[in-house]
Design a protein around this ligand. Structure first.
Ligand code: 523
Length: 133
């Protein structure tokens, strides 16, 4: 059986990466992630990403490119990550998060945020893009 895809966005704007702190479930609450969620039936990953970021944070975004790779989650699920451009809106923790932050390349390098382990490879790749590497 093919795994179900959870899509997440490395939203980049003015040299910063968007991070969101999960408020649920209890075992993930307090950890930071690239925001996103599960694909719904019939959706492409890009469509799901735009919908999730709108629902959870109130922002309009445009997916740009997929970060190569795929990371296992709970059994039956894998994480895929796209970079995305912020088109409009100011991110707010409307749903599933209790805090959002924009991180500069320097802050990412200093590792100031307790990321979910499975998000770290994509965060590192997004950080490389921010610092032009
Ligand atoms: N992850 C994860 N990293 C990451 C995301 C967006 C999700 O590890 N950047 C994991 C966390 C959950 C699973 O993927 O175990 C589903 O993510 P979730 O709960 O954000 O997806 P939703 O919002 O579609 O979930 P439901 O509200 O339950 O449908």
């Amino acid at each position: 059986m093919t795994d179900r895809v959870v899509v997440a966005g490395a939203v980049l704007d003015r040299g910063r990466l968007l991070a969101a702190r999960r408020s649920a479930p209890p075992e993930l609450a307090g950890r930071w992630e690239l925001p996103g969620g599960k694909l719904e039936r019939g959706e492409t990953p890009e469509q799901a990403l735009v919908r999730e970021l709108r629902e959870e944070l109130g922002i309009e975004t445009e997916p740009v490119e997929r970060i190569p790779g795929e990371w296992p989650l709970k059994p039956g699920y894998v994480l895929q990550v796209w970079t995305a451009r912020l088109l409009s809106g100011e991110p707010l923790p409307l749903e599933d998060h209790d805090e959002v932050r924009w991180l500069t390349a320097r802050e990412l390098e200093a590792d100031t945020v307790d990321w979910l382990d499975q998000d770290r490879p994509a965060v590192a790749e997004a950080a490389r893009r921010l610092s032009g590497g």
